[in-house]
Design a protein around this ligand. Sequence first.
Ligand code: ADA
Length: 560
Amino acid sequence: MLRIFKTHEVRNEVVLSGKLWKFQAFNATEKAIDVIVPSCWETYPGFESYRGIGCYTTSFNAKGNIRLLFKGVSHGAKIYVDNIFQGEFYNAYTPFSVNIKDLAEGNHELRVLVDNNLDEKYSLNIGNDYMNYGGINRAVAIQEISNIYIRNIFVEPIAVENGIWNAEVKVDVENLGFEKISNIDLCIQINNTQYNLNNLSIETGISTICNETIKLEDIIQWDIEKPQLYEVKCQLYHEGKLFDDLIDRVGFRTTCVKGNRVLINDKAVRIKGVNRHEDHPQYGSALPVEAMINDLHLIKDLGCNSIRTSHYPNDEIFLDLCDEMGILVWEESHARGLDETIMKRELFQEQSLNCIKEMVTSHYNHPSIYIWGILNECASDSEFARPLYKEQLDLIASLDKSRLKSFATCKFHRDICMDLPDVISWNIYPYWYEDRTATDLMDEVYNYSKKQFPSKEMPFLITEIGAGAIYGYRTPTKDKWSEEYQSYALDQQLNEVLGYDNCFGVYVWQFSDIRVSKEWFKVRPKSKNNKGIVDEYRRPKLSYEKVKSIFSMYSDYFEE
Ligand code: ADA
């Protein structure tokens, strides 16, 4: 399963995940074992802590031009078909594809070498306060494609008046290296509107064949109470014959900043959210859809209207579910706590920009995403890093003008990048790392941010706040690490943050307890970040009911 709806009616797609593949450690003498793809190798006996290269093999039947589509491999991947090297990719949290022309009819072997080593060539991956799992951790499919195929559709919704929206539609196609192909027609269908572009000629390579505004009527807007979605269907015809298609979903909503508020469909939203890692003791980062839905139900039950995908782009299935369930998403590119030394790595900026590009282009149509985040707690206090922040935020702006952008910082009194984002976002830990009230800390960071750029309109958000608790550790003395203490801390923290006039919301750190990398230098009991309000198995801690009762006192929107 790649998405929760059908993306092709014409193009032949065979899903290669959801079945057993052979897996063994690279160059191992032991016999290969059967593993399900997607999964993480840490979930198999003997591989619980394996760092290295793993070799996955399967086979498929196909002929002609094929496209192998990987939704995520953690974190380096080398692809071979019938022992021929096809390409190398890095990132773990974004999709990539490989095209092969004219494959002979028959059975072919697919081999993927997956590397989860911490190595300078993978500059965003360090031992960290989350686990960098290994494996093919998202879905894989093979598609039979024609000489030209639709690579992507981008739909930007622009509100006109009641029920009427303009959709700015861009369609990218790829000609796989054949000479100019003419007599191509494109048909786009959204709701009950059909739009045709005829007699197109497609040159070799990737090109945009449509960049049009389509007026749509009878549209119900997407919002958190009623997340209405529409199908966008693109079809390609050659000399009148239908030969390729791509179907996606869109929702019509606007996002902008007004003063110190963020408006969704012109209403000032109050963010009540959680940070969530893709992590589960049974599945690692490869959560099946059932486990994702369970998380989303708990998150909704808590009264949340938003999720931050700390600290990387999420599996698109999860975003599909957020679209359907009306949950606003802060989607973040891959980076956590990378200091100046790491940001100076040769490949750092190139790999960060790639990750952003892949995230924004592959998740562009999800109405749930209202903001893109970058570089969580990286070196926003460094003169060296400032241009890198700027370049990354500028790239987002060039790819997507319809959403906001930000980064979460913790560089008290030192941050020099506060003028760059649309939203000022702080991670603070009063009553935990800092023995101070939340109000005190917020005054400090808010005034600091304001002083830096007094003329800037500035919505202000708390992107992290929370405290640790070991599930089952109860003490009437409210010792740190007890469930009682966590509940007490969150009670103080959330009431103060949500009562703070200038702040438009909060993301609790964090939804569930998570595994941390063994190389992570900080003391983490049980090798976990234990600040979840549910434990790693999603069993609620005492704080669950506390957070739920506080969130229920605050509406989703600020009064006018
Ligand atoms: C940071 C960081 C999180 C997590 C948190 C904590 O703010 O962004 O990833 O490490 O601290 O638990 O200390």
